[in-house]
Design a protein around this ligand. Structure first.
Ligand code: BEZ
Ligand code: FE
Length: 306
């Protein structure tokens, strides 16, 4: 173990103290923490110039590979678990409460903000051979997590990959906006649409994120999942995913995003000639007021802070 005093003990403070008076308190706090952790990391591991430069090259390459259809920097963070950790920190709301909003999960790099607005009950599947993929009737209610009341005007924005494991923007053979849609609830808070039962797929691994996975002897696969962004007037948006319990990699997601409460069952569906499976799922949202309050009444301080 290298002794702390093999290196100038005042160096890190000198770098942090170079911050000028114009830096905002948050910038000052974040950069001081980052500098301290980076310097400790370098000292503890006796980082060599070659190793540091390999890291710089990896960041540069991630930047060069990124464009409007690919976010390699985000992928690098994902395989290191950083997006999942930041998601947990940002959205945590008394996870032991008796009643709680739908858990969050990472956005990932494939969201598009302008998915088509579709009529309730429509299909998000376009341009795929009807025999490809298992058609699924997904439906449920969007409610207020505290009162249980249905939420009108909630927008359920959904996206998932095609059976070949690619999102439409990764795949020139898919029509624009395939497997994406936005559905707005009425007074009953209900939503419904046709989609496909998703498949596990590898995150892009032909760049720095893939090289990290290879060096760590890890696979690039995510378990089958469907992404959602829920918004509603007066409510805190929810970014989440639901995961197929039967999917390969459910215990071993390359980006560490699976949470127990988000694991669902696709049920064989008899009542509809179009759909092989049914997927009932209700979303629970927190109003901005409740999101500030935290745990529901009846939850002890102790259990809420566990
Ligand atoms: C996704 O689920 O779309 C995703 C998440 C993290 C990295 C790559 C893809
Ligand atoms: Fe995904």
């Amino acid at each position: 173990m290298p002794s702390e005093h093999r290196f100038d003990p005042n160096f890190t403070d000198a770098v942090i103290n170079a911050t000028g008076p114009g830096a905002t308190p948050r910038v000052r706090q974040l950069t001081a923490g980052l500098i301290r952790h980076l310097h400790d990391f370098a000292r503890e591991n006796e980082l060599t110039v070659d190793e540091w430069m390999a890291g710089v090259e990896l960041l540069n390459e991630a930047g060069r590979m990124s464009d409007s259809k690919r976010n390699e920097g985000q992928l690098v963070c994902d395989v290191l678990g950083l997006e999942s950790l930041v998601d947990e920190i940002t959205y945590k709301l008394a996870s032991t409460a008796a009643s709680e909003p739908t858990a969050t999960a990472i956005l990932g790099p494939f969201y598009r903000h302008d998915a088509p607005q579709l009529p309730m009950g429509a299909s998000i599947v376009s341009g795929l051979d009807n025999t490809e993929g298992d058609c699924t009737w997904m439906h449920g209610t969007v409610t207020d997590f505290r009162t249980g009341a249905p939420i009108a005007g909630a927008v359920v924005d959904v996206w998932h990959t095609a059976p070949n494991g690619l999102y439409e923007q990764q795949d020139p053979d898919q029509p624009e906006m395939n497997l994406r849609g936005r559905f707005t609830t009425g007074a009953d808070g209900k939503y419904a649409f046709y989609c496909l039962r998703p498949v596990p797929y590898p995150i892009p691994f032909d760049g720095p994120a893939g090289r990290i996975l290879k060096a760590l002897d890890r696979h690039p696969f995510r378990p089958a999942h469907i992404h959602f962004l829920l918004t509603a007037p007066g409510y805190k948006p929810i970014v989440t995913q639901i995961f197929d319990r039967k999917s390969k990699y459910i215990e071993d997601d390359a980006v560490f995003a699976v949470k127990d409460s988000l694991v669902v069952d696709f049920v064989p569906f008899e009542g509809d000639a179009k759909a092989e499976f049914e997927l009932p799922y209700d979303f629970k949202m927190a109003s901005f007021e409740d999101a500030k309050k935290g745990p529901v009444e009846g939850t002890t301080e102790e259990s809420a802070s566990m």
